[in-house]
Design a protein around this ligand. Sequence first.
Ligand code: EPZ
Length: 418
Amino acid sequence: MDKYVINGGNKLYGNVKIQTAKNSVLPILAATVLTDSSVKILDIPQISDVKNMVRILSRLGCKTQYCDSHLIVDASNSNNYEIPSELAHELRSSVFLLGSVISRFHKAKIAYPGGCDIGLRPVDLHLSGLKRLGVTVTEENGYILCSCEKLTGNEIMLDCPSVGATENIMLAAVKAEGTTVIKNAAREPEIEDLQKFLNYIGAKVKGAGSGTIIVEGVKKLHGGEYLPITDRIEAGTFLIAAAMCGGEICAEGALAENISSLIHKLRENGCKIHIKNDKIILRRERRLTAVKSFETQPYPGFPTDLQAQMTALCCICQGQSIVTENLFETRYKYVPQLRKMGADITVIDRNAFVRGVEKFNGATVVAQDLRGGAALVLAALAAQGKSEVLDISHVDRGYGDFEYKLRNLGGDVIRKTV
Ligand code: EPZ
């Protein structure tokens, strides 16, 4: 188990190159199972969720090969439709494979997915969507069993704009007979990127980003090479880090339109933000003023994946803030850890009531999940004195070369193996 040892108080200066998006690469990896041609995904992020997804693809019989910073996947000889619990429990996006494995084998057996412990995270919308396409679903001993004679296009109305359910249904529909219409679909940029990738390999998908996605079934797909979009959550995490520590950083490759809700809030805090093509420059000189409130919403609302990081920023602003987490039931597990560093936060149901304090004090804290762990790292960088952030395997799931990037910006952070 690794930890970060951090001496806080340094301002951050310089450029940071944003990685390709974890939540775009993962469904794209699932989509490679749909084609018999090899696909090369460029600039694959060096994060454990991707490594675990590649292990699952190998278990399905796909040939996977890293070359430099790229990954080649060839599913032509894949011969297994089962994902065992020890692999599925590693990450939520194992469930995305349901759609593509059913499309290829007309059956699938996948253990209930794992991932961050941030709430119940049911898959009912995934399963009801697949049933609408003609899939028979049973659940036994912690496994989801699916089978179908064939996949037939249909109209599907999602009860809530679930990112994963939208992506799973898209994948199952790509080679179904006829047309599928997904209504109340999620609008995240990663879904538009999945649509772009699918069309690039020969699918016929349109409407991603609009809330209604139309998939016209095709018989065959081909291969090629593809560069996914950059990671808006990583970009937002670094911008918040600079807002908390002070200084001036440039997030390179960051698409401002994909985190406009965050940029709006950081400007409200008093950060100076300049946008130039795919560069976002943030400067913070004086102590920030608290935002009155912010609440997480499906895209284009404030992203739940930046809630913990933004709440950590609120803790050291002048004034009080109210945070509302609307998407996940238990996404405040980092709060007791921030309290150890001197934060004044009270959580009641989905709301966190924050009173700004002058500074965090260094402390030993434990990461509980990916984004909460990132928030603890940011708090330690901004704190007075030394901190240790334990169990950073959670952070490794979504941030590649995190300590190197932070050190290059002036952060005093070292990884140690416990
Ligand atoms: C995706 O998770 C992301 N993960 C999450 O990022 C992100 O927080 C989330 O979307 C919301 O943006 C990946 O893309 C790999 P949802 P997902 O289905 O698909 C409810 C990170 O930190 N729901 O949009 O699991 C669910 O309980 C991770 O990078 C159902 O009720 O999220 C939640 O309240 C964490 N039934 C809401 O929808 C279902 O069948 C949103 O979940 C599915 C979801």
